[in-house]
Design a protein around this ligand. Structure first.
Ligand code: ZN
Length: 469
């Protein structure tokens, strides 16, 4: 039996390790069985890596259970949509001290990948066990919008809740003429006493509220503040759970003044925030570098970071995949206190492995993605131009991996992941999913190496300008 060398762990009279099975890893249980279900094969008790056994594993080996990690100086979320990436991710976190959030998935991602919160967490737990990662990891129910979604993630033991307030944020106010603003705004003596014509000093920045700015803040964010207040006090308060406020999925960027307003209001309501994800200026499109004015980004980031420090939380940077040009700025201005989330780039690295190792399968998937693109585009804001992608029949097999250096090709594969993974033939059999998983299983060492390099590059840049103290 092929036992992974870091996977042997003992607790009491039990020793559990992980063996490489032909199709999937399995647990090997020796000594007393604390409750794993399985069967004896050739004199060994073999337990499959299913949900039931993951629950037992987390009970017997507590380091395989998630913990709140956002209170640590810096943290990094790696959404593993496929359930196979943590093995590579763990290698990165052995080199950098950012606390990993290995399980991180939104409801949209769960739907598109046909997974559930249990499965996402189980995959992380099994990886942590096999690789002997004892540094702790978080589990983030990402972009949750409703009470039901928050309750669902908490019931699965998630240690971080990212509350997406986008449905409570008004997108029609930013450009509203003053006259109409006045009509829409309900006078609020308390708010006016707090903000109207007042300035706040935040480190060496000054944040000023004109009467008009206050009306805009109240109209845009009033609903989101109510929502966050209610969710926090109903579900999070007093629990070992990190609470993140996400206001990034909006039509317009969050100005530093608006960020201050939201933070100050929530602080007055005793909402304890681990992180806030504003929407920054410029564009954080999926799977490609930052698009926008770096100077403006830098000057606004300086204020956002100062506001976060003032209220005692970390800035959270969403859609962090491949934003290589802004990472040094983020590391420097947050003084190394940040939370960054990536997801799609881990899937892209998996597809790059397929392009390298099974060109025939890659060509099929790519051709399907070109057809599926218009359907997928409904759910994402991307500026992909399919005409910029070289036609498949002009590329040799050896050139296929180079597609992943081209932004349009990256976004094509990025946003179609759900359709690719769920595509079925007329008999209901998966068109690509099973073959892709078999390919990734066969080349799992290559995939782990690629993630180590690629996510490592993200952290290297984030760390590159952190001021020494
Ligand atoms: Zn987001």
């Amino acid at each position: 039996m092929d036992i992974y060398k870091n996977s042997v762990h003992s607790a009491g009279n039990t020793t559990v390790s992980v063996a490489r099975g032909s199709k999937a890893d399995v647990l090997v249980v020796r000594g007393e069985n604390p409750g794993f279900s399985g069967q004896v094969i050739d004199g060994e008790f073999i337990a499959p890596e299913n949900h039931e056994n993951a629950v037992v594993l987390r009970r017997v080996f507590p380091f395989t259970a998630p913990v709140p990690v956002l209170t640590r100086k810096r943290s990094f979320g790696v959404g593993d949509r496929l359930g196979i990436a943590s093995y590579g991710h763990i290698r990165v976190f052995r080199k950098y001290d950012a606390a990993p959030v290995l399980a991180q998935q939104s409801i949209r991602e769960l739907t598109l990948t046909h997974r559930d919160f249990d499965n996402v967490l189980d995959c992380a737990s099994y990886a942590v066990f096999r690789e002997d990662w004892q540094g702790g990891f978080g589990a983030d129910g990402d972009h949750l919008k409703t009470d039901k979604e928050v309750e669902y993630a908490l019931s699965c033991g998630y240690t971080m809740i990212t509350l997406d307030c986008s449905e409570h944020i008004r997108n029609d106010v930013e450009d509203m003429p003053t006259e109409q603003l006045k009509k829409e705004y309900t006078p609020n003596a308390e708010l006016e006493a707090r903000y109207k014509d007042k300035s706040f000093k935040v480190e060496n920045h000054e944040i000023h509220f004109t009467a008009e700015e206050l009306m805009r803040c109240a109209l845009i964010y009033g609903g989101a503040i109510e929502h966050a207040d209610r969710i926090f006090h109903s579900y999070i308060k007093g629990k070992p759970v990190d609470f993140e406020l996400s206001i990034d999925e909006t039509a317009t960027p969050t100005t530093p003044t608006q960020h201050f307003f939201v933070a100050n209001e929530l602080s007055l309501r005793h909402v304890e925030l681990a992180t806030v994800a504003p929407r920054f200026c410029g564009e954080f499109q999926k799977g490609i570098d930052y698009i926008g004015d770096l100077k403006q980004f830098e000057s606004e980031m300086a204020v956002h970071a100062a506001v976060a420090r003032r209220f005692g939380y970390k800035l959270s940077i969403h859609s962090g995949s491949d934003k290589l040009s802004v990472f040094p700025i983020i590391g420097r201005l947050t003084l190394g206190n940040f939370h960054v989330k990536t997801a799609g780039t881990n899937w892209l690295e998996a597809m790059r492995v397929t392009a390298e190792t099974d060109p025939k399968l890659y060509r099929e998937v790519h051709a399907y993605a070109l057809v599926a693109f218009h359907e997928a585009k409904k759910y994402y804001h991307v500026t992909t131009n399919l005409n910029n992608i070289p036609a498949l029949d002009t590329l040799t097999d050896a050139q296929l991996p180079e597609l992943f250096t081209q932004n349009d090709a990256r976004q094509l594969i990025h946003i179609t992941y759900g359709l690719i993974l769920s595509a079925k033939d007329e008999n209901g059999n998966s068109l690509y999913r099973d073959r892709l998983y078999a390919n990734w299983r066969e080349h799992d060492e290559l995939y782990a190496k690629r993630l180590e390099q690629h996510i490592g590059r993200h952290l290297e840049l984030l760390y590159s300008q952190i001021p020494q103290d």
